[in-house]
Design a protein around this ligand. Structure first.
Ligand code: CMC
Length: 432
């Protein structure tokens, strides 16, 4: 069968044929990679119409509310798997069998402990530093620990890096918070599950053990699973771009953490809770809805809208249910913030502006409330997102090297600056 082609007619009448690329699911794309040979570039700020790579990891159908990791629906993974099953799946393409799982868990746990010298890196920060700032810097600093022996083009080295990152990021995230509180650093515990170990590091102290509640651990596990990957979002694309130059994997993941921190991306969970705390009472919801609709006001309803989902975010629905489970376990059904969130969601979903623009609650709308109920402070919400997304980032980073056409990411631009001019020998003359 002939390959489908799109035809581009230039202003001078020249015709360029561009091949169509069909993925296994989802929308087709037009392959414009040969355009530069014709002296042309495409212009697409924000990558609204650009597929940056081929990937077999995650599939999203934003119109139908579908999210699949390696073909498995997110709902089934959240119900039947734990986070390390999902991390293994993202990295290797298949869920592990019993033997593979035992081996993988032990490989990851081998890397739980942090090098003792990292203590000094943490202690170099101001006490009030945001955990995301500390996390990004400490993860980057690990590239100095694993530099000489690391060859990113070696499959086995990449596998060890993935295990190291997934093993160490929980300790780095927890220590970023403990340092902020001025509490001693808790060591990881290999006898606990990945999720329970993180909660234990966050909440136990030398004088008080943390009581592990299976309902809360399961809820936290879900948060990790739901946030583990989301195809070519801003932070994942950042990790790929940084990685495309052959940079150290710890440096790549640090760049992903930096990108995730922004309020339009992973910072939205923290921003959502701040917004709910600011709204405070149901009587003030209308005022905030009006502000969100006002194009002259930069305020947006945090936890609403998504670049890809133009329908419900399937993760938000799972998080909503988890939220009910956690609040009921803790006897917090009447939690004022949760009630306010439900009311705000209802009002927004019935409002013409949000309906017409297809703005639905996203995962961050509920994850902040669940984390708050678990006792996790606002400042750690995005750090938890980063901890989970490390699995996705490293899977994409690894996939990039397996792809047969790996090239350094190097976009072009439309130049809008000054025309060619000469340096004046007298800088006091007026500038043109
Ligand atoms: N509140 C009010 N208006 C909104 C919102 C919102 N939360 N989101 C989008 N809009 C409006 C926006 O003003 C624009 O209106 P107009 O066409 O009149 O200019 C229209 O909807 C389209 O928005 P956009 O900014 O062009 O859409 P985008 O795809 O570039 O942005 C987004 C997606 C997530 C950045 C945006 O919806 C937003 O800022 N949401 C709030 C922050 C948030 O919750 N982010 C978390 C995303 S989910 C977690 C993740 O995957 O990182």
């Amino acid at each position: 069968m002939d390959q489908k082609k799109a035809t581009l007619t230039l202003p001078d009448g020249k015709i360029i044929e561009l091949p169509f690329i069909e993925g296994k699911m989802g929308k087709p794309a037009i392959d414009i990679s040969q355009l530069s040979q014709h002296g042309l570039h495409t212009y697409d700020p924000g990558f609204m119409s650009t597929a940056s790579c081929g990937s077999a990891i995650t599939f999203i159908d934003g119109e139908k509310s579908i999210l699949l990791y390696r073909g498995y629906p997110i709902e089934q993974l959240a119900e039947h798997c734990d986070f390390l099953d999902v991390a293994y799946l993202l990295l290797n393409g298949e869920l592990p069998n019993q033997n593979e799982k035992t081996k993988y868990v032990s490989e990851v746990k081998k890397h739980y402990l942090l090098h003792d010298q990292l203590n000094s890196v943490f202690r170099g920060f101001r006490r009030d530093a945001h955990p995301m700032a500390v996390m990004a810097a400490v993860v980057a600093s690990k590239s100095a620990f694993y530099f000489d022996e690391m060859n990113v083009y070696n499959r086995n080295h990449r596998k060890i890096s993935a295990n190291r990152l997934i093993g160490k990021v929980p300790s780095i995230a927890a220590w970023s918070y403990l340092y902020n509180l001025g509490r001693p650093f808790n060591y990881p515990r290999n006898d606990l599950s990945y999720a329970a170990n993180f909660l234990n590091m966050l909440f136990s102290s030398p004088t008080q053990d943390y009581e592990i509640n299976p309902v809360l651990v399961r809820a936290f596990e879900r948060i990790l699973i739901l946030h583990a990957d989301h195809e070519q979002n801003a932070s994942t694309s950042t990790v790929r771009l940084v990685g495309s130059s052959g940079a150290n994997p710890f440096a790549c993941i640090s760049s992903g953490i930096a990108s995730l921190w922004g309020p339009a991306h992973g910072g939205a969970n923290e921003a959502t809770l701040k917004m709910l705390q600011e709204i405070r009472s149901e009587s003030r919801i209308g005022e905030y809805i009006e502000r969100a609709k006002d194009s002259t006001d930069s305020f947006r309803l945090m936890g609403f809208g998504h670049r890809v989902y133009r329908n419900k975010d399937p993760r938000a629905e799972i998080m909503r249910k988890t939220c009910h489970e956690v609040l009921s376990e803790l006897g917090l059904e009447n939690d004022s913030i949760f009630k306010l969130a439900l009311k705000l969601e209802k009002i927004a979903l019935e409002d013409d502006y949000f309906v017409k623009k297809k703005l639905y609650p996203n995962v961050d709308f509920y994850s902040g409330i669940v984390m708050r109920a678990l006792g996790i402070p606002n400042s750690m919400f995005t750090a938890v997102f980063a901890l989970a997304r490390t699995a996705g980032w490293i899977a994409h980073w690894n996939e990039m090297f397996v792809a047969d056409n790996l090239k350094i990411g190097r976009p072009r631009q439309i130049y809008k600056g000054k025309l060619l001019r000469n340096v004046s020998l007298d800088r006091n003359v007026s500038k043109d």
